[in-house]
Design a protein around this ligand. Structure first.
Ligand SMILES: [Zn+2]
Length: 421
C-alpha cells in the first residue's frame, strides 16, 4: 500500500518508466493465423503465451529498421507512447504472389515475440498495402494478469552454447534448432552447427562483431531423419515438419509449422532462429524476423546460411533475377521497395545514394571497371528491368560472390549493433 500511496504523490511521472513496464526475463508471444488470397488478407489471434526467457533488452525496444511487409507495436494505452516495435515478413505474403493465390484461399501460422509487459498494453499489428503504406491488420489488448494468457513451459531438449557468452540482453543471440535429426544424431547436429558457426564468424560483418555474438543449439529429436522431399516422394515425421519444394521450387526449403518452431525455440535466447535441416541436398529459405532455414550437409551450406540470414536477420532482398521462382509482381515498380539493398530509383535518396562515389553513373553499366564498386546495377528482386542492386555481385545474388556488397554489409552491421547496444 505504501508504494502505491507514495507513487501517487511523488513518483507519478516515473511510475511508468520503461524499466517498470516490462519483465525483462519473460517473453510474450502472440500466435495468429494469416488467411486470404491474392486480393485480401485477415488475421486471427489463436493463442497468447508467456514464458521464462528473454530476448530483447531495454535498449532494443524500438527497431529503427522499417523492413518487412508487416510490423507490430506495443502501445501504452494510458500515455499513448510506443513501447516496442519490430518489422517482419511472412511465408504467407510470398504465397500471395504465386498463381495458386489467384484461385485459392489459405491459412498460415505466424508468431511474434516481445518482452512481457507488466502493465496493460495494446498490441497493434499492421500490414503493407501495395502502395507501401501500412494499415492496421488487428489489435489486441494484453492484460498481464489475464489467466487466458498461457504460461508456456518450454521444452528441455539437449542444448549447447556453441560460441560466446550467456548475456541475452547484450549479445546478438543466434539459435540453431535441429530438424530431422533422430535422438542418436545430436552429436552430428552439434558438430554441424559448429562448422557453420566457424564459417559465419569468419565472414564480414559477423567477423568484426564475433565477441558480441552468441550461438546456441537445441537438439530437438525427430522420429525420422531428414525433411520431406516431395519430388523424391520422401515423407518423414520430423519435429518441425520442414519440406523442400515450397511453392513448387525444389530448392526452397521451408516449414509452415511456425508455432512449433517457436515452441522449441523458447528454451533458449534467440534474436534470430535458424532451423538446421539434416540433409546434404542444396536448399534453404529466410524470412525477415520470422526464421531462416538451411540444410546442414551440402558443400555450400555455409554460404547458403549466410545468404538466408541476409533475408531472415538482415531484411535484405534477393539481388538475383532470371532464375526460376514462382512469384508474380513481387516488387511494385512504382514505389521504393522496403528491401534496403534494392531500389526502383523512385526515391533513391532514401537508399544507398550517399554511398556512391561522385563519378559513378546512375544507373551503372555492368563493366569490369565497376567490378568491386558500389553502384546502381539493373536487375534484382527476381526481375531484369526496373529494379536495381548495389553491386555486380554480392552474397545476396550468387554463391560465387566473395561476400556481401558494401550496402548489405552496412545493413547487417547496423542490425548487429542494434541488438548489442
Ligand atoms: Zn548486396
Amino acid at each position: 500500500m505504501t508504494g502505491v500511496f507514495v507513487g501517487l504523490f511523488f513518483c507519478a511521472p516515473f511510475t511508468h518508466a520503461q524499466n517498470d513496464r516490462f519483465d525483462w526475463d519473460r517473453t510474450l508471444r502472440v500466435d495468429f493465423v494469416l488467411v486470404g488470397n491474392l486480393h485480401y488478407q485477415k488475421a486471427y489471434v489463436s493463442k497468447i503465451r508467456t514464458y521464462n526467457g528473454s530476448n530483447a533488452g531495454s535498449n532494443q525496444m524500438i527497431s529503427p529498421f522499417d523492413y518487412g511487409e508487416y510490423r507490430y507495436f506495443l502501445i501504452d494505452p494510458e500515455r499513448g507512447d510506443t513501447l516496442f516495435k519490430r518489422g517482419f515478413s511472412t511465408l504467407f505474403e510470398e504465397w500471395r504472389t504465386i498463381d495458386e493465390a489467384k484461385e485459392k484461399e489459405r491459412a498460415f501460422q505466424q508468431s511474434i515475440e516481445m518482452p512481457m509487459p507488466l502493465i496493460p498494453v495494446k498490441l497493434v499489428v499492421e500490414s503493407r498495402l501495395r502502395n507501401g503504406r501500412f494499415v492496421a491488420l488487428f489489435h489486441e489488448e494484453v492484460l498481464p494478469d489475464d489467466l487466458s494468457i498461457n504460461r508456456f513451459q518450454p521444452f528441455d531438449f539437449p542444448s549447447q552454447v556453441i560460441h560466446g557468452t550467456n548475456q541475452p540482453h547484450k549479445n546478438f543471440d543466434l539459435l540453431f534448432l535441429a530438424e530431422g535429426y533422430q535422438a542418436g544424431q545430436a552429436d552430428l547436429f552439434f558438430s554441424q552447427v559448429e562448422k557453420l558457426t566457424t564459417k559465419l564468424l569468419a565472414t564480414e560483418p559477423y567477423k568484426t562483431f564475433k565477441d558480441r555474438i552468441t550461438v546456441r543449439a537445441v537438439a530437438a529429436p525427430s522420429k525420422h531423419s531428414g525433411p520431406d522431399d516431395p519430388r523424391a516422394d520422401e515423407w518423414r515425421s520430423t519435429i518441425l515438419s520442414s519440406s523442400f519444394n515450397t511453392f513448387g521450387v525444389d530448392r526452397y526449403l521451408e516449414t509452415e509449422a511456425t508455432w512449433k518452431v517457436y515452441d522449441v525455440a523458447a528454451q533458449a535466447p534467440h534474436d534470430h532462429i535458424i532451423v538446421l535441416v539434416n540433409s546434404d541436398k542444396y536448399g534453404g529459405g529466410g524470412i525477415y524476423n520470422h526464421f531462416s532455414v538451411v540444410t546442414a550437409g551440402h558443400r555450400n551450406s555455409g554460404t547458403v546460411l549466410i545468404h538466408e540470414l541476409g533475408h531472415g536477420f538482415g531484411g535484405l532482398g534477393d539481388e538475383y533475377f532470371g532464375v526460376d521462382v514462382s512469384y508474380n509482381d513481387f516488387i511494385n515498380l512504382e514505389i521504393e521497395p522496403w528491401q534496403p539493398n534494392l531500389t526502383t530509383l523512385v526515391d533513391f535518396d532514401r537508399k544507398w545514394k550517399h554511398m556512391l562515389a561522385p563519378e559513378i553513373p546512375i544507373p551503372t553499366p555492368v563493366r569490369p571497371m565497376y567490378k568491386n564498386t558500389t553502384g546502381v546495377f539493373e536487375g534484382g528482386g527476381y526481375v531484369r528491368k526496373g529494379v536495381f542492386r548495389p553491386a555486380i555481385n554480392c552474397r545476396m545474388r550468387t554463391n560465387e560472390a566473395a561476400g556481401f556488397c558494401e550496402v548489405c554489409t552496412d545493413v547487417i552491421k547496423r542490425k548487429i549493433q542494434f541488438h548489442t547496444q
